[in-house]
Design a protein around this ligand. Structure first.
Ligand code: C2E
Ligand code: MG
Ligand code: MG
Length: 609
């Protein structure tokens, strides 16, 4: 006896009890119908039972048959060509006292020796799912009592069918994106997994990302943004074959799944077609937009990869296309190795923050003329137990991609704030030395950022000037209106704001008109080439005078030699940072540094790296 049922003796083995037990044990609609069909002849004296379901095209699927084997289970035929059609279309029980061979099912029944039949609709609420059919070899066999019993059994089956189809519809809905009607992330994963489970050979996945969508949303509002996504999904859909699957898995990220059919170049062909179709001017509401896409392409062997791996790979390829501005990038072995690394890193980030395996070093910043320690910059570090040191920009990119950036931002503010306090406790001469924090536009576009920053200052009893913000420009994300709002709000609170890597980004000068700037950090690439290049030397000198004219601070980054330091001084650059003046070190090591001359003793400076 099944453990799910009470262990009755006697009554538990009665016919209804065993019937109910079998029904309860059936795990899907097909087995439920089979149990029903098998049991009906034990309740009423009939020679043949069948249960049919009708699909959306009005076709009948013979799902369960008990008794004389006629057409095989799974046979499909149109309702109008059948005896069962009348019950199905009228929703009323049909009693046929004498069947003829004029319909498909009539013909098979007559051939099997049946002479009369009863067909009850599987109706529940406002829908008919199919029919419940019984047949006899006797003419005019079925009475009003039969009609009653068969009608009741049909209602029971209909309610099973209803639950089944409603659950199926719910699952379908849960897999659809409400804005575009395309598959959503779980729909895409389910579709991919199905192809990996059921197919051999290859699957082609394209990962599409719209460039600058956030800026469009910010500039024109969400209604325009939504309209653009809908129009774009129509364009993508039109460029695909009916058997290709399409989903939207993030705000502006689309995924196409197609069968390469032995042609591994199909991914590029489809990607080029999509670019051609989608990058045409789009009219949305009051404006026209030139959509720009980056597409990552993967053609994967289903035997050696998993759905999850392939999607990550396609994402990485898309990122590569975006970074190189190449529009399309195909996943390669390098990316595959990166994928495994990325998976390990993504998995371990949260725990590494918790255990402080991810931590901060600080690199000193000096006033060049006086040799006074004028500040320090906090720099994130993580040595992964298996993969070794992770380059900070890559770590930040992964933290952003895995949507852990808000936790990281809050955590890093607290970590830096706490260590500034400890450091100052160890060396009170550092009480006036600020320690800056690097922030990407994405970190700054977090609407809670200002609140978290101010709370942290309050918690550690720090002044706004104690933690300057260095605006790091990452390759792909620009300062949008919410990051801009954060920067303005920080300026109102007297938080010092510096533009990092100045001289490399394309937007840096434009920022001067958008928010208040207290300082610039001249990028290492300019510092390292100024000795050999006259124009670069002139630019660095110009940046020094610009900073003086605007009354902002200028720091030369990446000073590696005495010659570079001397040149910076002669060009009027006031502050310097670089390996020659001190490598990144722990807060404790910085605490051991009394404010002293970097120029006199660069070699003796401590370092963690
Ligand atoms: P950055 O903010 O411009 O930081 C300066 C980078 O130059 C640091 O690299 C530093 O170690 C390196 N550096 C300093 N002096 C020299 C030198 O003389 N020669 C050379 N070759 N390099 C020097 P690091 O720590 O690898 O960080 C790289 C970038 O990663 C940072 O550039 C910053 O953009 C980003 N980053 C680091 N920490 C964080 C963080 O906590 N949050 C965010 N959002 N970004 C961070
Ligand atoms: Mg920096
Ligand atoms: Mg920099």
């Amino acid at each position: 006896m099944s453990a799910d049922f009470p262990d009755f003796t006697g009554p538990s083995e009665t016919v209804p009890w065993v019937f109910l037990r079998e029904l309860g044990a059936a795990c899907d609609l097909r087995s439920t119908l089979n149990v029903m069909a098998a049991w009906v002849p034990k309740f009423i004296d009939v020679e043949r039972v069948s249960i049919t379901l009708v699909n959306d095209d009005g076709e009948l699927d013979l799902l369960a048959v008990q008794g004389t084997k006629i057409s095989p289970v799974g046979t499909t035929f149109k309702t109008e060509q059948t005896l069962v059609g009348r019950a199905f279309t009228t929703g009323k029980l049909a009693n046929y006292p004498e069947i003829t061979g004029s319909t498909i099912d009539g013909e098979t029944l007559v051939a099997a020796g049946m002479r009369s039949c009863l067909v009850a609709p599987l109706s529940s609420v406002d829908r008919c799912y199919g029919t419940f059919n019984v047949a006899s070899s006797q003419l005019g066999y079925f009475t009003a009592d039969h009609e009653l019993v068969v009608g009741a059994l049909a209602s029971l089956v209909a309610s099973f069918a209803r639950v089944h189809f409603e659950m199926e519809e719910q699952q379908q809905r849960a897999r659809l994106d409400s804005l575009t009607g395309l598959l959503n992330r779980s729909g895409v994963m389910a579709e991919l997994e199905e192809r990996f489970d059921n197919e051999s050979g290859q699957v082609c996945v394209l990962f599409l990302d719209l460039d600058g969508f956030k800026a469009i949303n910010d500039a024109y509002g969400h209604a325009v943004g939504d309209k653009m996504l809908i129009d774009l999904s129509d364009r993508i859909r039109r460029s695909l074959r009916p058997e290709d699957a399409l989903g939207r898995i993030g705000g502006d990220e689309f995924v196409v799944i197609c069968d390469p059919d032995g042609d591994s170049s199909v991914g590029i062909t489809v990607a080029e077609r999509l670019l051609g179709e989608c990058q045409q001017v789009l009219e949305v509401g009051p404006t026209t937009i030139n959509p720009r896409l980056s597409i990552g392409v993967v053609v994967a062997d289903v035997a050696v990869q998993t759905a999850e791996q392939v999607l990550t790979e396609a994402d990485l390829a898309m990122y590569e296309a975006k970074k190189n501005k190449s529009l399309i990038a195909v996943a390669n072995d390098d990316m595959r190795m990166r994928r495994d690394l990325v998976a390990a890193i993504d998995r371990d980030i949260a725990e590494a923050m918790e255990t402080n395996e991810i931590h901060f070093l600080v690199q000193p910043i000096w006033e060049i003329e006086t040799g006074r320690l004028s500040g320090a910059e906090s720099l994130v570090r993580w040595t992964h137990p298996v993969h070794g040191p992770i380059p900070p920009p890559f770590l930040i990119e992964r933290i952003e991609s895995t949507e852990q950036i808000e936790q990281f931002t809050e955590w890093s503010l607290a970590a830096v704030g706490r260590q500034i306090v400890e450091m100052r406790r160890k060396n009170s001469m550092l009480a006036q030395v600020p320690v800056s924090i690097n922030l990407t536009p994405q970190q700054l576009s977090w609407t809670n950022y200002v609140k978290i920053h101010l709370e942290m200052l309050e918690r550690y009893d720090l002044d706004p000037q104690d933690i300057p913000v260095e605006l790091v420009e990452s390759g792909v994300v620009e300062v949008d209106t919410s990051a801009e709002a954060t920067l303005r709000a920080l300026a109102v609170e007297n938080v010092y704001i510096a533009l990092d890597d100045f001289g490399t980004g394309s937007n840096a000068l434009g920022y001067f008109t958008r928010f208040h700037i207290d300082g610039i950090k001249i990028d290492r690439s300019l510092i390292s080439s100024m000795i050999k290049s006259d124009p670069i030397r002139t630019i660095v000198e110009g940046l020094g005078s610009m900073a003086r004219a605007l009354d902002i601070q200028v720091v030369a980054e990446g000073i590696e030699t005495q010659a570079e330091l001397d040149l910076c001084r002669s060009l009027g650059v006031e502050h310097g940072q670089g390996f020659h003046l001190g490598r990144p070190m722990s807060f404790d090591q910085l605490a051991e540094l009394a404010p002293m001359s970097a120029r006199q003793e660069p070699a003796s400076l401590h370092s963690s790296e």
